[in-house]
Design a protein around this ligand. Structure first.
Ligand code: FAD
Length: 294
C-alpha cells in the first residue's frame, strides 16, 4: 500500500497534489509538491509519520513556510503541512502549555491581552510556534531558550516524547530538531503576570519601518557573524537594493531578500550565493544561512 492509500484508508487526514511551494511559503517561490499531507489529529500524524519513516520515504515538515526556500524543481516526496492543525493553550500555576501549531506572533499578543509576560519578543515573528522552537527564534536580545521548560514531540518511533530545555541543545537559531527526525507538538513555558501590550505595539511599528514587510520575504537570510551583523557586511559590499531579475536585496534591510514579482528560487539562490562569495573574497567573512533551503 502506498502512503496516499494508507492515509485515506485509515482516515488520517487529506492528501493534495496540486500545490507548489509558491503558495505555501512567504517568499512565494519553489516547485510543485508531489503529495501535500495535512493530518486531522496528532494521533493521525503519529501514524503517518511512523509509516513515512518505516518506508524510508522522503518528507519535509512545513509550518507557515516563513523561513523556507524550496528549489524550483518538483519536490518528489511528502510535505507534511502543519498549518491547519487545531491549536490552543492552557495556563496553570504560571505555566503555559501551548500547541506547536499556534501562530507565534498571535501567541505573544493573546498572552499580552491577558497580561501574561514575557514572551513579548515573539511579537512580529511570523510562523508557528514549532518553527520558532526548531530555530530557537529570538529578537530583542531574548530567545525561546530563555523561557521554555520542556517540549513534546513525535519521535522516530512515532511516540510522544517530552524532553527538557537542556536536552533541546538550543544555540543561536539552532536546536536538536535540526539533527533528528521529530515533529514538535507542544511546549511548556514559564510565565509571569506583566503588562507587555504597549511594548508589542511599539515594536510592531519599529518592525514596519525596519523590515520590508510589504514585500514577499523570508526574514533574515544570514545568521549574524559574532563579530559583525550580516546586514553590515552586505551594506559594505554595496549590495543593498541590488536586483537580479525579481530577486532583490531589500533597500530597507540588507539582510532581507525580497521577491519583487515572480522570482524563481534559483534567482534568489544565485543572489544568496553571490553575497556569500563576495563576503568571503572581499572581507574573509563566512555568511551562514538562517533559512532552511530544500
Ligand atoms: C518578516 C519576517 C520576520 C522574521 N523575524 C524573525 C525574528 O525576529 N527572529 C527569528 O528568530 N526569526 C524570524 N523570522 C524567521 C521565521 O519567522 C522563524 O524561523 C519561524 O519561527 C519559522 O516558523 P514557520 O512555522 O514559518 O516554519 P517553516 O518556515 O515552515 O519551517 C522552518 C523550519 O522549521 C521546521 N519545523 C517547522 N515546524 C516544525 C515542527 N512542528 N516540528 C519540527 N520542525 C518544524 C521545518 O521543517 C523547517 O526546517 C522572520 C521571518 C519573516 C518572514
Amino acid at each position: 500500500m502506498n502512503f496516499e492509500s494508507y492515509v485515506l484508508e485509515n482516515d488520517l487526514g487529506t492528501i493534495e497534489k496540486n500545490y507548489t511551494f509558491k503558495e505555501l511559503t512567504t517568499i512565494g517561490c519553489g516547485g510543485r509538491i508531489a503529495l501535500l499531507y495535512t493530518p486531522n489529529s496528532i494521533s493521525s500524524l503519529q501514524k503517518a509519520f511512523t509509516y513515512i519513516l518505516e518506508h524510508e520515504l522522503s518528507y519535509f515538515l512545513l509550518g507557515n513556510g516563513s523561513n523556507v526556500l524550496a528549489r524550483d524543481e518538483d519536490f518528489k516526496g511528502i510535505v507534511i503541512h502543519l498549518r491547519k492543525i487545531h491549536y490552543s493553550y492552557e495556563i496553570k500555576d504560571e505555566i503555559l502549555d501551548c500547541s506547536a501549531f499556534y501562530p507565534t506572533s498571535k501567541l505573544a499578543y493573546d498572552l499580552a491581552k491577558e497580561e501574561w509576560g514575557d514572551l513579548s519578543f515573539l511579537g512580529g515573528i511570523p510562523g508557528l510556534l514549532g518553527g520558532a522552537i526548531y530555530n530557537n527564534s529570538g529578537a530583542y536580545k531574548d530567545e525561546i531558550k530563555n523561557h521554555l521548560i520542556d517540549v513534546t514531540y513525535i519521535n522516530s518511533a512515532g511516540n510522544l516524547i517530552t524532553i527538557n530545555n537542556k536536552d533541546c541543545a538550543f544555540a543561536y537559531r539552532k536546536s536538536i530538531f535540526h539533527y533528528i527526525d521529530g515533529i514538535i507538538i507542544s511546549a511548556r513555558f514559564k510565565l509571569k503576570k506583566m503588562k507587555t501590550l504597549e511594548v508589542l505595539e511599539r515594536r510592531a511599528m519599529a518592525r514596519k519601518l525596519a523590515q520590508p514587510l510589504e514585500s514577499r520575504n523570508m526574514g533574515s537570510i544570514f545568521k549574524n557573524n559574532p563579530l559583525i551583523p550580516a546586514w553590515k557586511v552586505i551594506d559594505a559590499l554595496g549590495m543593498r537594493g541590488f536586483h537580479f531579475h525579481d530577486a532583490a536585496v531589500s533597500a530597507k534591510h540588507a539582510n532581507f531578500i525580497i521577491n519583487t514579482g515572480s522570482a524563481k528560487s534559483s534567482e534568489i539562490l544565485n543572489l544568496i550565493e553571490l553575497i556569500q562569495r563576495r563576503a568571503e573574497l572581499e572581507f574573509g567573512v563566512q555568511l551562514k544561512y538562517e533559512i532552511t533551503i530544500i
